[in-house]
Design a protein around this ligand. Structure first.
Ligand code: ZN
Length: 396
């Protein structure tokens, strides 16, 4: 519960919306003295057509199930099942787990086929193609290269294979993005430092930032301060999983010890009103993953998720997949859940989409250009769907 002497996040003071003062796809008509934007029904087709980001997406949790089976057969890797249905059960695909640790056991299975350059290239390439096919324009793929050394692959090969997969997908579809390298909470902090060095070496060569992932409970972020210090000293972007399987203290550590520029999840931020205001005041983006939070029991069901409260309070929130395979999701699906279960309107969702682009680990000028393009496109897509609706209404 929030401390009663602290500013209570449960009674937000009216704040300017995230969209205020910044370009958004649906201009705020009231602000500009224009007639209101045409009302358009929110459908999965419309959400699919809108330009999107996926800023929190794990490579080893997002490969295609058919690819998992094929790579295992090719490499002589034994999986718990040799058919998609059995394998889906073994990796808890879309099922509610006991907790985050239980959820993470699925990664031992996916990682077993991601120990070759071919496997890594294919996973990255197909992931970017899948994201592009639902109109994700900017994708940050995260993974921890040290988990791919089981068969002796060198770290440079582990990075290069994934970058090549993303480069080819970009040539084919135009999808932009890059890699976030993850340190692991439940591993030796020296390993995180090694991964931070790798992130620095690949800065401006496809690596967009650094993260800390893994089991949160009992593995404090501050133990990995040295890795983050190296990252910050080299002006590399960083994010940190926090407030998913532990309370707001974990988020405070991610921000104040490790200097995180974004927070992965932040689900339990609502428990500390003071910290919530700090995150809001500093426009620190939250990488929210609704279905994954339900699956790891970070929340008791989608209706209990704080995303809409955060949004209404003015926080910069983004919507992401976390793990497309293990959580059985897409960004379109996550946005649809936000609409159906949390009451996000089309204008709200467009603001969230724009927040995704604003929060990308991109140089400012590049980001400004992308935002301009995306805003134009959001307006065009909404107008197109409005036209279709009007024609349907006239011919009904
Ligand atoms: Zn994650």
């Amino acid at each position: 519960m929030p401390d009663p002497v602290r500013p209570s996040p449960m009674s937000p003071t009216p704040v300017e919306s995230e969209s205020d003062g910044a370009p958004v796809g649906i201009p705020s008509a009231a602000r500009r003295g224009l007639p209101p934007p045409p009302p358009v029904e929110v459908t999965e087709e419309l959400l699919h057509a809108l330009p999107k980001t996926d800023l929190h997406c794990h490579l080893d949790g997002s490969l295609r199930i058919a690819t998992l089976l094929e790579l295992a057969e090719k490499g002589g890797v034994r999986l718990p099942a040799d058919n998609p249905e059995g394998l889906a059960r073994a990796i808890h695909m879309g099922q509610v787990c006991d907790n985050l640790e239980d959820y993470l056991t699925a990664f031992d299975i996916t990682l077993s086929v991601l120990q070759t350059e071919e496997g890594l290239y294919r996973a990255a390439h197909e992931l970017a193609l899948d994201a592009a096919s639902e109109n994700v324009r900017y994708l940050e793929v995260r993974y921890s290269p040290v988990l791919h050394e089981q068969k002796g692959l060198k770290l440079t090969a582990i990075i290069e294979s994934v970058l090549e997969g993303l480069r080819v997908a970009k040539r084919e579809t135009g999808i932009k993005g890059g890699v976030i390298i993850c340190g692991i909470r439940n591993q030796d902090p020296q390993t995180s430092l090694r991964l931070a060095e790798l992130s620095v070496a690949y800065k401006n060569k496809g690596v967009k930032g650094f993260d800390l992932a893994g089991a949160e409970y009992n593995f404090p972020a501050k133990d990995h301060k040295a890795a983050f210090q190296l990252i910050l000293n080299n002006n590399v972007n960083c994010t940190c999983h926090a407030g998913e399987a532990y309370g707001p203290e974990s988020i405070a550590q991610a921000l104040h010890y490790n200097g995180a520029h974004r927070i992965g999840h932040g689900t339990r931020l609502r428990e500390d009103g003071d910290l919530l205001n700090y995150v809001n005041d500093h426009r620190i983006p939250l990488e929210v993953c609704l279905s994954s939070n339900v699956q790891t029991r970070a929340v008791e069901g989608i209706g209990a998720h704080p995303l809409k409260f955060y949004f209404d309070y003015g926080l910069r929130v983004t919507v992401n997949t976390d793990n497309r395979l293990i959580t059985d999701t897409t960004v379109t699906k996550e946005l649809w859940l936000a609409h159906r279960h949390l009451g996000f309107s089309l204008e709200d969702l467009c603001t969230v989409l724009v927040s995704g682009f604003k929060s990308a680990f991109l140089p400012f000028r590049e980001k400004a250009d992308l935002l301009e393009e995306v805003n134009r496109e959001i307006a065009e897509v909404v107008a197109r769907f409005h036209q279709v609706e009007s024609i349907a209404a006239r011919t009904a």
